[in-house]
Each structure stands twice: as structure tokens, then as C-alpha cells.
Ligand binder design. Structure first.
Ligand SMILES: Nc1ncnc2c1ncn2[C@@H]1O[C@H](COP(=O)(O)OP(=O)(O)OP(=O)(O)O)[C@@H](O)[C@H]1O
Ligand SMILES: O=P(O)(O)OC[C@@]1(O)O[C@H](CO)[C@@H](O)[C@@H]1O
Length: 303
């Protein structure tokens, strides 16, 4: 079974404003609301690709209800811990450039946090848990580590898509996949990585530190896959970018959905690249037909 964990879900409030002027009244051209949060996005793409998962994490208030209803309508299995405080609203402002304003997230009480920890003590060996996104600040600093210990204690595997210390600490527990983007990788090693050649030694280092597969995503420039078999470069197909929010989550879902079936990392990487680009070319997350039509155009070569 695949589980996704979103500690800090959101309503993504997507607003289009022709030109934003700070300090003035700006009128919205179009707007819409989507369920957001990285693990939830992964569950939605997995479902689009006909791989079922259960979405876990914390949801609260009217905003949490919006997300729960949306996922129910999409027939996605969920088992969220209900919290007292409201789930956050993240603003995705589309203008000449894309600007994101993300909330800090609700207060999670110790009792609510414990309920999630207990849930993750009941896993089976062949379960995979995808841990994605930021933590609300009220959770303990080492909360991801506490979750990973439970997962590893059940001999289940995990994927982690987060940043900084949480990502660094997770490596020694041998994640099946990590997917930093270029900025996140640069931050992790306190360097400024720009070219693909510069990224290679750091991707390899992440394998040495414990990750089984590493994808370094580079938005429109594609991605690099690092495995014990070698390093592979994936080229993104070109298209009209509508919304890059969730492209990284789609890439993880594409990879894991395919890897769970074939155990073939290069084949899974191709599906990840297709799902990432298909989402970048869609208003919401990609649909199955968009992903499959892009898959044929995805190119992967050994680096
Ligand atoms: N502009 C684009 N054109 C084509 N493909 C894209 C574009 N942006 C993203 N993708 C695809 O999606 C993958 C993941 O995108 P990106 O590197 O932006 O991840 P991310 O930073 O984790 O994104 P996010 O946090 O917005 O979900 C890329 O490696 C690429 O395959
Ligand atoms: O604050 P986090 O958890 O790092 O990121 C949250 C978020 O920006 O990530 C998703 C896209 O990847 C969005 O749906 C959501 O708003």
C-alpha cells in the first residue's frame, strides 16, 4: 500500500492578476481554489495514474473540510487526523511572474501529533510512505524523524520530499527516493549550483549518504536521476507552461507509481518526467491522458 503524509496541507488559492502594483488596489482577473499540499498532490496524481494510495496528515476547520470533500469527490482514500485549528490557505499569484505566498500552518496539539505517530506504527513491510512538504511550526523539530523511525521500525520504505535538516537527517534511514530541486540541493550543501556538471558530485554524495534513488529536478531543464546503476539525464518536452505548482509532486507520483509496478528506475524516471511536465502544462494537476501523451516525447540518456 502507498501512503502519502501531508503534515501541512493547504487550499491553494490561485489568482490571476494582469499586473501587480504593491501599495495599490489590484483586481483579480480569474481565481480558483484547489486542494494543496505536497503529499495530497502526490495522491491525486497517483489516482490519475490508477495507482491507489491513502492520504494521511492533519486537516482542520472549513479549509480542511474543503480539501476532504474534494478528495472524496475524486474517490481518493484518506485517513486524516482532524485538528482544531484551520488548515492554511496558500496564495499562488500568477502575473508576469509566478509568486507564492505560503501560510505557516495551524497549531497541532501534542495529542493530535501522537495520533498520527500511532497510525504510522501499524505499517506492513511492503508499504511505502511518501512524506512531503513543510511542517507546521507547532510540531516538534524532530517530528519527521519520529515518523521515519516508526516507518523503519515496521520495515516499510519511505520517500521524503522536504528541505534542510529534515532531509539531511532522513538520509541515514535510507529513503527509497529523494527529489530536491537545484535550489534545495544548493541549500543542503551550502553551495550555488547552476550547471548540470556541477550537480553531479552532489547527487552522488546523496547516494553515498543513504538515498537509494535521487532525482534532482531542474524545472524546464528536466532532471537528473542518480542510482547505483548510473546517472541519467531526462529532458523535459517543451510546451506552454500554465502552472508549475505541483510539478515536483507529480514527478514523485509518476516515479513511485511506475517503480512500484516495474522496479525499473529509468522507466519510472520517464513517467516522473512526463507527469511533472504534464502538470506544468495544465491549470490544475495533470490528467492521465496528458501524462501518457507526453510520455512518448520524454528523452532519457545516460550522463
Ligand atoms: N517549465 C517546465 N517545462 C517542462 N517541464 C517542466 C517545467 N517545470 C517543471 N517541469 C517538469 O517537472 C519536474 C519538476 O519540476 P520542478 O523542478 O519545478 O520541481 P519543484 O521545484 O519540486 O516544483 P514544485 O515545488 O512547484 O512542485 C521537472 O524536472 C520537469 O520534468
Ligand atoms: O509549504 P510546503 O509544504 O513546502 O509547500 C506547500 C505547497 O506550496 O506545495 C505544493 C506544491 O508542491 C502546493 O500545493 C502547496 O501550496
Amino acid at each position: 500500500m502507498i501512503y502519502t503524509v501531508t503534515l501541512n496541507p493547504s487550499i491553494d488559492y490561485v489568482v490571476q492578476v494582469e499586473e501587480v502594483t504593491l501599495g495599490k488596489l489590484n483586481k483579480i482577473h480569474t481565481d480558483f481554489k484547489l486542494p494543496g499540499g505536497k503529499g495530497i498532490n502526490v495522491s491525486r496524481i497517483l489516482h490519475a495514474l490508477e495507482t491507489e494510495s491513502t492520504a494521511l496528515g492533519f486537516l482542520g476547520g472549513f479549509t480542511g473540510e474543503f480539501i476532504a470533500n474534494w478528495l472524496k469527490n475524486e474517490c481518493i482514500d484518506t485517513d486524516f487526523i482532524q485538528v482544531q485549528d484551520d488548515t492554511r490557505i496558500n496564495i499562488k499569484l500568477k502575473s508576469i511572474e509566478e509568486t507564492e505566498i505560503n501560510g505557516r500552518g495551524p497549531t497541532i496539539t501534542n495529542e493530535e501529533a501522537d495520533r498520527l505517530l500511532r497510525k504510522l506504527s501499524e505499517l506492513k513491510e511492503d508499504d511505502v510512505v511518501i512524506l512531503s512538504g513543510s511542517k507546521p511550526p507547532s510540531l516538534p523539530e524532530d517530528f519527521y524523524q519520529q515518523l521515519i523511525k516508526r516507518i523503519s521500525g515496521s520495515n516499510a520504505t519511505f520517500v521524503i520530499d522536504t528541505t534542510g535538516k529534515d532531509l539531511e537527517t532522513a538520509l541515514s534511514y535510507k529513503p527509497l527516493l529523494i527529489k530536491p530541486n537545484t535550489v534545495e540541493l544548493s541549500d543542503l550543501f551550502n553551495v550555488d549550483l547552476k550547471k548540470q556538471e556541477e550537480i553531479i558530485p552532489y547527487g552522488k554524495k546523496l547516494l553515498e549518504l543513504g538515498a537509494e534513488h535521487v532525482i534532482v529536478s531542474m524545472a524546464g531543464d528536466g532532471a537528473l536521476l542518480f542510482t547505483s546503476e548510473g546517472v541519467f539525464r531526462g529532458i523535459s518536452p517543451s510546451g506552454t507552461v500554465k502552472n508549475s505548482v505541483g510539478a515536483g509532486d507529480s514527478m514523485i507520483a509518476g516515479f513511485i507509481g511506475e517503480f512500484m509496478k516495474s522496479k525499473n528506475a529509468v522507466k519510472a524516471f520517464k513517467m516522473g518526467l512526463a507527469a511533472g511536465s504534464a502538470t506544468a502544462f495544465s491549470d490544475d494537476l495533470a490528467k492521465k491522458e496528458d501524462i501518457l501523451s507526453i510520455l512518448a516525447a520524454v528523452q532519457v540518456e545516460e550522463f
